[in-house]
Ligand binder design. Structure first.
Ligand SMILES: [Zn+2]
Length: 219
Protein backbone atom coordinates (compact mmCIF):
# COMPACT_ATOMS: atom_id res chain seq x y z
CA UNK A 1 0.00 0.00 0.00
CA UNK A 2 2.77 2.36 1.04
CA UNK A 3 4.85 1.44 -2.00
CA UNK A 4 2.05 2.10 -4.43
CA UNK A 5 1.37 5.43 -2.76
CA UNK A 6 5.03 6.40 -3.19
CA UNK A 7 4.94 5.25 -6.78
CA UNK A 8 1.89 7.33 -7.34
CA UNK A 9 3.57 10.42 -5.89
CA UNK A 10 6.71 9.78 -7.92
CA UNK A 11 4.73 9.43 -11.12
CA UNK A 12 2.78 12.53 -10.30
CA UNK A 13 6.00 14.48 -9.75
CA UNK A 14 7.37 13.27 -13.07
CA UNK A 15 4.18 14.23 -14.82
CA UNK A 16 4.24 17.69 -13.24
CA UNK A 17 7.87 18.20 -14.26
CA UNK A 18 7.08 17.13 -17.80
CA UNK A 19 4.15 19.52 -17.90
CA UNK A 20 6.26 22.41 -16.56
CA UNK A 21 8.88 21.69 -19.21
CA UNK A 22 6.26 21.71 -21.92
CA UNK A 23 4.83 24.93 -20.51
CA UNK A 24 8.21 26.64 -20.68
CA UNK A 25 8.61 25.83 -24.31
CA UNK A 26 5.25 27.40 -25.05
CA UNK A 27 5.26 30.51 -22.91
CA UNK A 28 2.91 32.30 -25.30
CA UNK A 29 -0.46 32.95 -23.68
CA UNK A 30 -3.76 31.77 -25.09
CA UNK A 31 -6.39 34.21 -26.28
CA UNK A 32 -9.56 33.84 -24.24
CA UNK A 33 -12.80 35.80 -24.31
CA UNK A 34 -15.96 35.32 -22.27
CA UNK A 35 -19.48 35.45 -23.75
CA UNK A 36 -19.92 38.95 -25.19
CA UNK A 37 -16.21 39.67 -24.79
CA UNK A 38 -14.30 41.84 -27.25
CA UNK A 39 -10.62 42.39 -28.01
CA UNK A 40 -8.59 44.50 -30.40
CA UNK A 41 -6.26 42.18 -32.30
CA UNK A 42 -3.91 41.94 -35.24
CA UNK A 43 -3.72 38.48 -36.80
CA UNK A 44 -0.32 37.12 -37.83
CA UNK A 45 0.09 36.08 -41.51
CA UNK A 46 -2.27 33.14 -42.02
CA UNK A 47 0.58 30.98 -43.38
CA UNK A 48 2.09 31.02 -39.86
CA UNK A 49 -0.97 29.38 -38.33
CA UNK A 50 -1.23 25.64 -37.75
CA UNK A 51 -4.11 23.30 -38.50
CA UNK A 52 -3.46 20.11 -36.60
CA UNK A 53 -5.23 16.77 -36.77
CA UNK A 54 -5.03 14.80 -33.57
CA UNK A 55 -6.44 12.01 -31.41
CA UNK A 56 -7.37 12.33 -27.76
CA UNK A 57 -5.74 9.85 -25.45
CA UNK A 58 -6.77 9.57 -21.80
CA UNK A 59 -4.17 8.65 -19.23
CA UNK A 60 -5.30 8.57 -15.60
CA UNK A 61 -7.83 11.44 -15.36
CA UNK A 62 -5.87 13.55 -17.82
CA UNK A 63 -6.42 13.65 -21.56
CA UNK A 64 -3.73 14.52 -24.05
CA UNK A 65 -3.97 15.58 -27.64
CA UNK A 66 -1.68 13.41 -29.76
CA UNK A 67 -0.85 14.45 -33.32
CA UNK A 68 -2.14 12.11 -36.04
CA UNK A 69 0.73 10.56 -37.99
CA UNK A 70 -0.97 10.76 -41.38
CA UNK A 71 0.11 13.66 -43.57
CA UNK A 72 -3.30 13.86 -45.21
CA UNK A 73 -6.38 11.76 -45.89
CA UNK A 74 -4.77 10.00 -48.86
CA UNK A 75 -2.18 8.48 -46.54
CA UNK A 76 -2.89 4.84 -45.72
CA UNK A 77 -4.74 4.45 -42.44
CA UNK A 78 -2.00 2.14 -41.10
CA UNK A 79 0.49 5.04 -41.08
CA UNK A 80 -1.16 6.11 -37.82
CA UNK A 81 -1.83 3.34 -35.25
CA UNK A 82 -4.50 5.53 -33.56
CA UNK A 83 -6.35 5.91 -36.89
CA UNK A 84 -5.97 2.18 -37.49
CA UNK A 85 -7.51 1.58 -34.03
CA UNK A 86 -10.47 3.79 -35.13
CA UNK A 87 -9.80 6.47 -32.50
CA UNK A 88 -11.75 9.60 -33.52
CA UNK A 89 -9.80 12.16 -35.53
CA UNK A 90 -10.27 15.79 -34.51
CA UNK A 91 -8.74 19.06 -35.64
CA UNK A 92 -7.92 22.47 -34.18
CA UNK A 93 -6.66 25.66 -35.70
CA UNK A 94 -3.93 27.55 -33.81
CA UNK A 95 -4.09 31.21 -34.77
CA UNK A 96 -1.26 33.57 -33.87
CA UNK A 97 -2.25 37.12 -33.04
CA UNK A 98 -1.32 40.24 -31.11
CA UNK A 99 -3.79 41.36 -28.46
CA UNK A 100 -3.77 45.12 -27.79
CA UNK A 101 -4.94 46.42 -24.43
CA UNK A 102 -4.65 49.74 -22.65
CA UNK A 103 -2.78 49.88 -19.36
CA UNK A 104 -3.72 52.14 -16.41
CA UNK A 105 -1.96 55.09 -18.01
CA UNK A 106 -3.75 54.63 -21.30
CA UNK A 107 -0.77 53.22 -23.20
CA UNK A 108 -1.43 50.47 -25.70
CA UNK A 109 0.26 47.24 -24.64
CA UNK A 110 0.75 44.51 -27.24
CA UNK A 111 0.72 40.88 -26.07
CA UNK A 112 1.50 38.00 -28.44
CA UNK A 113 -1.11 35.26 -28.03
CA UNK A 114 -2.41 32.12 -29.65
CA UNK A 115 -6.09 31.49 -30.25
CA UNK A 116 -7.04 27.81 -30.07
CA UNK A 117 -9.91 27.81 -32.57
CA UNK A 118 -12.32 25.34 -34.17
CA UNK A 119 -11.02 24.35 -37.63
CA UNK A 120 -13.94 26.09 -39.39
CA UNK A 121 -12.26 29.46 -38.69
CA UNK A 122 -9.71 28.66 -41.42
CA UNK A 123 -12.36 29.65 -43.98
CA UNK A 124 -13.66 32.55 -41.85
CA UNK A 125 -10.20 34.14 -41.72
CA UNK A 126 -9.42 33.36 -45.37
CA UNK A 127 -12.67 35.12 -46.31
CA UNK A 128 -11.62 38.12 -44.23
CA UNK A 129 -8.33 38.23 -46.09
CA UNK A 130 -10.06 38.05 -49.47
CA UNK A 131 -12.28 40.94 -48.52
CA UNK A 132 -9.87 43.27 -46.69
CA UNK A 133 -6.38 42.19 -47.80
CA UNK A 134 -3.60 40.54 -45.77
CA UNK A 135 -4.84 40.03 -42.21
CA UNK A 136 -1.54 41.22 -40.73
CA UNK A 137 -2.14 44.69 -42.22
CA UNK A 138 -5.51 45.07 -40.49
CA UNK A 139 -6.76 45.66 -36.99
CA UNK A 140 -9.82 43.65 -36.10
CA UNK A 141 -12.21 43.69 -33.23
CA UNK A 142 -12.59 40.06 -32.20
CA UNK A 143 -15.97 39.46 -30.60
CA UNK A 144 -17.29 36.36 -28.91
CA UNK A 145 -21.00 35.57 -28.76
CA UNK A 146 -22.53 32.61 -26.98
CA UNK A 147 -21.32 29.66 -24.99
CA UNK A 148 -20.42 26.03 -25.61
CA UNK A 149 -21.59 24.61 -28.94
CA UNK A 150 -23.25 27.85 -30.01
CA UNK A 151 -20.15 30.03 -29.56
CA UNK A 152 -19.23 32.19 -32.52
CA UNK A 153 -16.39 34.63 -33.06
CA UNK A 154 -16.65 37.63 -35.35
CA UNK A 155 -13.84 39.70 -36.75
CA UNK A 156 -14.86 43.29 -37.45
CA UNK A 157 -12.38 45.43 -39.43
CA UNK A 158 -11.43 48.66 -37.65
CA UNK A 159 -10.59 52.08 -39.08
CA UNK A 160 -6.87 52.33 -39.80
CA UNK A 161 -6.93 56.07 -38.98
CA UNK A 162 -7.82 55.32 -35.39
CA UNK A 163 -5.94 52.04 -35.08
CA UNK A 164 -2.71 53.11 -36.76
CA UNK A 165 0.52 51.11 -37.04
CA UNK A 166 2.48 53.53 -34.87
CA UNK A 167 0.40 52.81 -31.79
CA UNK A 168 -0.81 49.33 -32.71
CA UNK A 169 2.59 48.02 -33.68
CA UNK A 170 2.99 45.27 -36.22
CA UNK A 171 5.54 43.15 -34.36
CA UNK A 172 5.14 39.40 -34.50
CA UNK A 173 8.58 38.59 -33.05
CA UNK A 174 7.07 37.26 -29.81
CA UNK A 175 5.32 34.53 -31.81
CA UNK A 176 8.22 33.45 -34.00
CA UNK A 177 9.18 30.36 -32.03
CA UNK A 178 5.70 29.24 -31.08
CA UNK A 179 4.57 25.85 -32.31
CA UNK A 180 1.36 24.17 -31.17
CA UNK A 181 2.71 20.90 -32.55
CA UNK A 182 5.04 19.52 -29.90
CA UNK A 183 3.54 21.65 -27.09
CA UNK A 184 -0.26 21.63 -26.76
CA UNK A 185 -0.42 18.80 -29.29
CA UNK A 186 2.02 16.08 -28.32
CA UNK A 187 4.00 14.11 -30.84
CA UNK A 188 4.37 10.36 -30.40
CA UNK A 189 6.00 7.80 -32.68
CA UNK A 190 4.02 4.92 -34.17
CA UNK A 191 5.72 2.59 -31.67
CA UNK A 192 4.72 4.76 -28.71
CA UNK A 193 1.13 4.78 -29.97
CA UNK A 194 1.20 1.00 -30.31
CA UNK A 195 2.48 0.68 -26.73
CA UNK A 196 -0.39 2.83 -25.47
CA UNK A 197 -2.91 0.74 -27.41
CA UNK A 198 -1.35 -2.49 -26.09
CA UNK A 199 -1.51 -1.08 -22.53
CA UNK A 200 -5.19 -0.33 -22.95
CA UNK A 201 -5.87 -3.86 -24.14
CA UNK A 202 -4.11 -5.25 -21.04
CA UNK A 203 -5.98 -2.85 -18.73
CA UNK A 204 -9.31 -3.78 -20.32
CA UNK A 205 -8.53 -7.49 -19.99
CA UNK A 206 -7.55 -7.05 -16.33
CA UNK A 207 -10.75 -5.16 -15.69
CA UNK A 208 -12.75 -7.97 -17.19
CA UNK A 209 -10.97 -10.61 -15.10
CA UNK A 210 -11.58 -8.48 -12.05
CA UNK A 211 -15.27 -8.16 -12.73
CA UNK A 212 -15.86 -11.77 -13.64
CA UNK A 213 -13.80 -13.25 -10.79
CA UNK A 214 -16.06 -14.84 -8.21
CA UNK A 215 -15.84 -13.36 -4.77
CA UNK A 216 -14.32 -15.92 -2.48
CA UNK A 217 -14.52 -15.74 1.20
CA UNK A 218 -11.83 -17.68 3.01
CA UNK A 219 -11.47 -18.25 6.70
ZN1 LIG B 1 -4.33 9.26 -36.87
Amino acid sequence: MLVSRLDYLKNRKEREERRAEQGERSNVRFMTLGDGGEAIVRLAPLDDDEIIYFHTETDDWKSRKIACLREDFRDPIDNCPFCAAKMPLKSRYYVKLIHYERDDEGNVVATPKVWDAPARYVSVLTDREEEYGPVQDMIYKMKRTGNGQTTTYDFLPMMSKVYNDEVYKKDFSGLENYKALGTVIKELSADEMKNILAGEVIAAAEEEVHQSAPRRVTY
